[in-house]
Write a protein that binds this ligand. Structure first.
Ligand SMILES: C[S@@+](CC[C@H](N)C(=O)[O-])C[C@H]1O[C@@H](n2cnc3c(N)ncnc32)[C@H](O)[C@@H]1O
Length: 316
């Protein structure tokens, strides 16, 4: 919590405390006033019923009521003085709170402007990156990607990219998890460099982002796709050795530390089969990043390891 928020909360607490103290003082005044009024009423009733004749018992009662009245009067005077103090204290805290909450409100407004600017800037950068990768990236070979007339198999999704900020969030969260994971502990580094495999990578935009952003320390990045056109395009983006054509349902996922898969299948049964295969063939200790999975909590071998991102670890 930053210092402005702390100051604001402290001022709110002090205002609340002084309001309570003021209330208590007011209740005290009201209680004494009630007693005072009751004693006065009794005294007046006594006076009214004994306008002429006073016997000693009535005089004694009158004296006792008079004494009680002056005790209440003195207590009231004291309590009213105290109430005046509490009122002043409350007014002071109220003024301080008003000042601090103005400061806090302008700080929040400034913060939200900064967030808006950051988001607009991030979105702009993401557009540029996508454009650079797909249109402006220096081609290793000239000519268009050969059209082999590939038809997306039934039950498979075509190439729909995960939005870049979300992919980068996965990288940030993965880095945090690896740094805290004893399985990846090595001396003098945050963690040992990790091997990344992407299922349904298309031309490998995420591979480029994963490697070049350097958020995670990767030893290698690789990916495959069932669509050879996309893989060919990726080869032309410079990912000759990283990308290969393959079917997700036939791969062996051993030998990688991180397997990323964003819904290659629209068909639930195929997606479930893929996840079962991943869990079965992956190395123990490896991570799965899977936006929109079928259900990776189904397996006793997997445990979700992030509250904020769809990341699991094969723990058994
Ligand atoms: C939703 S896109 C994901 C794109 C990219 N991985 C991302 O996250 O930005 C799904 C990809 O899976 C590929 N795919 C579909 N069925 C496949 C299969 N059986 N084996 C390998 N890739 C497949 C599609 O060609 C497509 O490129």
């Amino acid at each position: 919590m930053d210092s402005v928020t702390r100051t604001f909360l402290r001022a709110a607490m002090r205002l609340d405390e002084s309001a309570e103290t003021f209330d208590r003082a007011l209740e005290g005044v009201q209680a004494t006033q009630t007693k005072h009024d009751a004693a006065l009423k009794k005294l007046l009733d006594l006076v009214k019923t004994h306008e002429t004749k006073w016997d000693p018992k009535d005089r004694a009662a009158m004296n006792s009521l008079g004494a009680r009245l002056s005790v209440h009067r003195r207590a009231l005077d004291k309590q009213l003085a105290q109430l005046g103090q509490e009122r002043k204290g409350y007014a002071r805290e109220k003024a301080v709170f008003a000042e601090i909450s103005d400061l806090y409100a302008s700080r929040l407004a400034a913060q939200s402007t900064t967030d808006d600017i950051r988001q607009t800037r991030e979105a702009g950068l993401c557009r540029v990156v996508n454009r650079l990768i797909y249109d402006g990236w220096p081609m290793r070979a000239s000519g268009a990607v050969p059209d082999v007339g590939f038809e997306t198999p039934k039950g498979s999704h075509g190439y729909i990219t995960l939005d870049l900020p979300r992919f980068l969030n996965f990288m940030v969260e993965l880095d945090r998890l690896l740094a805290a994971d004893p399985d990846f502990d090595v001396p003098d580094e945050r963690y040992r460099p990790v091997r990344y495999l992407e299922i349904g990578s298309g031309p490998g935009r995420n591979l480029i982002i994963a490697r070049e952003s350097r958020i995670v320390n990767f030893e290698s990045v690789s990916g495959f796709d069932i669509n050879p056109d996309l893989i060919e395009r990726g080869h032309r983006l410079g990912l000759e050795t990283e990308l290969f054509v393959g079917d997700a349902l036939e791969q062996d996922y051993g030998g990688y530390d991180v397997v990323y898969s964003f819904r290659p299948f629209s068909d639930m049964e195929l997606q479930e089969r893929l996840e079962a295969r991943m869990v079965e063939t992956m190395d123990q200790g490896a991570y799965i990043i899977a936006p929109l999975p079928y259900d990776l909590d189904l397996y006793p071998q997997t445990r979700r390891v992030s509250d904020t991102a769809e990341i699991w670890k094969k723990v058994a």
